[in-house]
Ligand binder design. Structure first.
Ligand SMILES: C[S@@+](CC[C@H](N)C(=O)[O-])C[C@H]1O[C@@H](n2cnc3c(N)ncnc32)[C@H](O)[C@@H]1O
Length: 312
């Protein structure tokens, strides 16, 4: 299987990683292995632990495993990051760098069989791996209100109610089986001037919502960020690349709360307790964005935001 994923903002990531001492790294989203491979090639790494929930990651790790004896890949969800460390040969170790490059890889999106793409016909699946639901059952079985709430909450789609109503109307005639069938139903719900004005495909927000829900992506992120604090060394860095605003808000809030600030920008984050102990220092006051040349070469990088914080 050819690796189609181009690593996003890898030079910016490398610029934060210290090169003088030998470090322990977690690549929590191995994907096609772009980050892991570059870090192993360019940085003085003691051990690199990679995690990915998708079993296809094992295909892309083969070459790296033969080249680097200090590399280990675990096929699991990053919400279990602490347990993964505790149950492995790393159980007595702490880490200097923990990186999350969120969302899906091109190897997942571009494979029509996985059902992530609204431009190629595939089964309604959208599982990244180790998920307990799939898009077909949500689209064909969930009640209209529940569907509308998911599309609104995780896609921030203003036409969520209309879209949910149309999905239910269509599935009464015939089950909705493919991504293109779903995409065509959504297209008819949005006024045409909206597609043109927003310059995004009309199905973008709904597909994002279903994917986030199928893979429980926001909970995964919140749980794992909390756990990173227990396995980071003093002065260790958390680096997070996110691709949509719901994730970015979670990261921003997490960094703020744990660096002594007390404010809440995401309704997905629980109400705040009294001021938390200061465990982090924010390194990137504003998120770092990809360069114009990277966006030109890899348009999928255009919505990326990198935030970095340091354990104190
Ligand atoms: C954007 S890709 C990472 C690409 C990688 N940095 C590279 O250079 O090839 C995101 C990867 O994270 C994985 N992923 C997403 N959520 C996950 C989770 N909760 N636990 C583990 N892996 C996850 C996906 O399966 C996907 O392979």
């Amino acid at each position: 299987m050819e690796n189609l994923h181009k690593p996003v903002m890898i030079n910016e990531i490398l610029s934060f990683i210290p090169s003088a001492k030998s470090i322990n790294v977690i690549d929590a989203t191995f994907g096609g292995g772009g980050y892991s491979k570059t870090i192993l090639e360019k940085i003085n790494v003691n051990q690199l632990l990679a995690i990915d929930r998708d079993s296809i990651s094992k295909i892309f790790s083969k070459e790296i495993e033969t080249r680097f004896s200090n590399f280990t890949l675990i096929n699991d969800k990053f919400s279990r990051i602490e347990e993964i460390v505790k149950n492995s040969k790393f159980k007595d170790k702490k880490f200097d760098i923990i990186i999350f490059d969120l969302g899906t890889s091109s190897n997942q999106i571009d494979d029509a069989k996985r059902g992530f793409s609204f431009t190629k016909s595939g089964p309604l699946d959208m599982q990244m791996g180790l998920s307990d639901k799939n898009a077909y059952e949500i689209i064909n079985k969930y009640e209209e209100k529940n569907l509308a709430d998911i599309i609104y909450q995780y896609g921030e789609e203003h036409y969520s109610r209309v879209i949910a109503r149309e999905i239910v109307k269509n599935r009464k005639i015939k089950f909705i089986n493919t991504t293109l069938e779903l995409s065509n139903i959504i297209r008819k719900c949005l006024p045409k001037k909206n597609h043109v004005k927003n310059k995004i495909h009309p199905a973008t927000k709904t597909f994002q919502a279903i994917r986030i829900y199928v893979n429980d992506e926001l909970s995964e992120l919140k749980i794992s960020l909390d756990k990173t604090l227990k396995i980071l060394n003093k002065d260790g860095l958390i680096l997070v690349v996110s691709f949509q605003s719901l994730e970015d808000r979670i990261v921003k809030d997490f960094f703020n709360h744990n660096s002594g600030k007390r404010w809440r920008s995401s309704r997905h984050y629980p109400e705040l307790p009294d001021k938390l102990a200061t465990q982090l220092k924010i390194i990137t006051k504003k998120p770092i964005l990809p360069s114009a040349s990277e966006i030109f070469e890899n348009p999928r990088s255009r919505s990326a935001k990198l935030r970095v914080a340091q354990k104190v």
